[in-house]
Design a protein around this ligand. Structure first.
Ligand code: SF4
Length: 158
């Protein structure tokens, strides 16, 4: 039986992933999309609006940390930047170029990579049709995403 550790993980042969732009990971139950001040400034610039206005209109604080706002839709609590109208059948991100680390690193979050079971649960619960499909992402790239997600979470005030 082959084991799994952080240095020699169960996904040592890589994982398949290709986003279909369904938007499922950007909606669902009430949640948080964390971002740092630098990420907030980048998104504001992307949208062509002053940083203060961006914070006032698109952000909120939860336990002292910035999160994007959500809007209640028939799909659940959509991220405020989820665009379901521009391209029929697709859910696009209005700040894709400047999206926060939390969004960039999905689905290679530490919590999803704890075990094959955790990965499968995330794929089913989201549900994310991109997980386990498409090109093989090598373990080195997965580690980089995982560690970026960890570093991002380490900035949390708790
Ligand atoms: S749920 Fe998966 S396939 Fe759908 S938008 Fe998110 S990453 Fe892409």
């Amino acid at each position: 039986m082959s084991g799994s550790s952080r240095d020699d993980p169960w996904y040592r042969d890589g994982l398949r992933f290709s986003c279909t732009q369904c938007g499922n990971c950007c909606t669902g139950g009430e949640g948080a999309v964390w971002f740092t001040e630098a990420e907030g400034r980048a998104m504001a610039e992307d949208l062509g609006m002053p940083h203060e206005e961006f914070l006032r209109t698109h952000a909120r604080t939860i336990d002292g940390r910035w999160s994007l706002q959500e809007s209640r839709t028939e799909h659940g609590f959509d991220c405020v930047f989820l665009d379901r109208t521009t391209q029929p059948g697709k859910a696009l991100c209005r700040v894709y170029r400047s999206r926060p680390v939390q969004c960039r690193t999905w689905p290679f979050w530490d919590e999803n990579l704890k075990s094959r079971r955790a990965w499968d649960t995330a794929r089913r619960r989201t549900p994310c049709p991109g997980m386990d499909s498409g090109p093989l992402i090598p373990v080195e790239q997965i580690r980089i995403q995982r560690d970026r997600d960890c570093a991002d979470n380490a900035d949390a005030p708790w």
